[in-house]
Ligand binder design. Sequence first.
Ligand code: FAD
Length: 596
Amino acid sequence: MDQHRITIKDIEPLVPFSRGSTEIFLTGQWSPRKPLYVEKTSPCRQGCPIGNDIARAFAYAARGDYDEALRIYRQENPLPGVCGRVCYQPCEGECNRKDFDEAINIRGFERFLADHGTVDTRRELPLRLREERIAVIGSGPAGLSAAYHLARLGYPVTIFEALPEPGGMLMYGIPEYRLPKAVLRREIGYIKQSGVHIRTGVRVGAEEQGQLSLARIRRDFQAVFIGVGAHRAMRVGVEGEELPGLLEGIGFLRGTALGEKRETGRRVAVVGGGNTAMDCARTARRMGAEEVRIICPEMPALAEEVAAARREGVKIEPPSIPTRIISKNGRVSSLECIATNLETGAGGRVEFVPLKGSEFVVPADTIIVAVGQTPEADFLRESGVTINEKGFIEISAGTAATSMEGVFAGGDGAAAKGFVADAIASGKMGALAIFCFFEGKDVKKELEKHSIGYGPSFSFRHLIDREDNQIDLKNIVTYDRLNTICVPHASRNQNPERLGAKQRLGTFREVSSGLSPGLMEAEVSRCFTCGTCTRCDLCFLLCPDISIMRLGEEGYRVRTDFCKGCGVCATTCPRHVIEMEDYSPGSSRTTAGGGL
Ligand code: FAD
């Protein structure tokens, strides 16, 4: 059975029951409640920091309209090809299908749309142009997202980027085998087509050093969004860190992205357990290192990255920390480490306690340190922007405003969560805050109007296109509200890997391939599209009073004169789009059509 088109033979007989005694009225009592189509919000959307309207996009895909599905995504996120590859997919953790069999491969879907769908940027152009000029500093996902959404609101936007190409860590951090540069360049190309001007090779900083100053930008632009990321590598703080043969993880990856050939030698030790550390280890393996070991007390990296590193021959030492760098002939030769235990100290603070006598030595021709980054924010501090004690730009919660009037910030530089999706979300937030700044609106109230469920994300489509947008953003469809009796169990379709573990070494070709059109179709048919009508016709077919009319493209209409209010349509709706509303005398309710 195609889940999105149900025929009579698929349905087990359902009997509408009387709500009153059949001793008085032989056909049963009529109810004053009548069906009302209300498009709602899926839990996956609530779980997505960007607020992608995932269920609606799946509903279009179910009709074979992948271009429209992609357009739905792009209304919230200008980087679906990027997120479809590297996002940590919090949406999938919220997917209702996980309570039925397995969560939908939502990230695979986003990638498929970006790789196969057609983008028509003319449909993203603003309806009106505004005059206030906006500068964005930094072209990582936060800056790109802020610029894109501001351009959609009609503002002229210029991005200033220090490096030769835009993209931030997407271009110079995450390696090609996970995120091909061609995918990123294509999406940045669309952002430019939407009207954003990008000036690369321009570092904002101290005027006396020949750089463009923040003061100068503030003279020429009416608002500023700062998305400078966190590019200053943190140190481990052990003896010998200045020795040749020790590299900073970020610099190592950036050099590789710029095509610099780095000799790492045969044995590499990587210090750190985050995504940067995993990418340093996997890159070192690709550059010819035979023995790569990771030393860290904990592993905050995504589980799939840890698994991939292991498959590629990277050895992860038991929880430990480095204590000393040992040198030979003036350069690093090995790393002394000590095993650690995770203990909860006073006030609930987690501590890594060294285990006496557990010292061990890791031989290493190169040591790569990837233990975190902070922003290079000295120029901001000197310009008067408040930087907190940890070195991050201070912004007020829920408004993205810095201490300086008209200057907003987001992304890793303002201590976002350290993921692409959160950086994109904070760029959106910055765009909303700048819009409110010019329009004299209260940003917190505006955010509340467009926020999705109870999460921090909000809908840009809802802000821009309110007339056309009837979705109830606060009404989240939970699993118990769905009717799954017609849904067959089916396992999740995973993205295949195009390269085996051995084939990957010596090449930076992308490891994972996207879902094939056939697998994608199967995955699309698994999605419950919670809260979004797909016009499956179940309500139409099951209504005992023939009071539901099909309106073609516009969905359905209820002929209330014929409806007895039995509620079969609402109870059986697989997506919980139909509500039973009280139409007793005095109620002002009118029924409206639902559907895409
Ligand atoms: P950035 O992406 O860092 O961009 C900031 C930009 O500002 C840079 O282009 C920089 O050159 C520019 N800039 C800085 N200072 C100036 C200045 N003074 N003037 C002009 N321009 C300036 N996240 C995930 O979700 N999934 C992953 O798998 C993942 N893997 C990662 C792997 C690595 C190796 C790294 C380093 C990060 C990874 N991340 C991952 C995290 C993610 O890349 C970041 O959270 C995200 O890029 C932060 O976005 P941003 O826009 O805040 O900053």
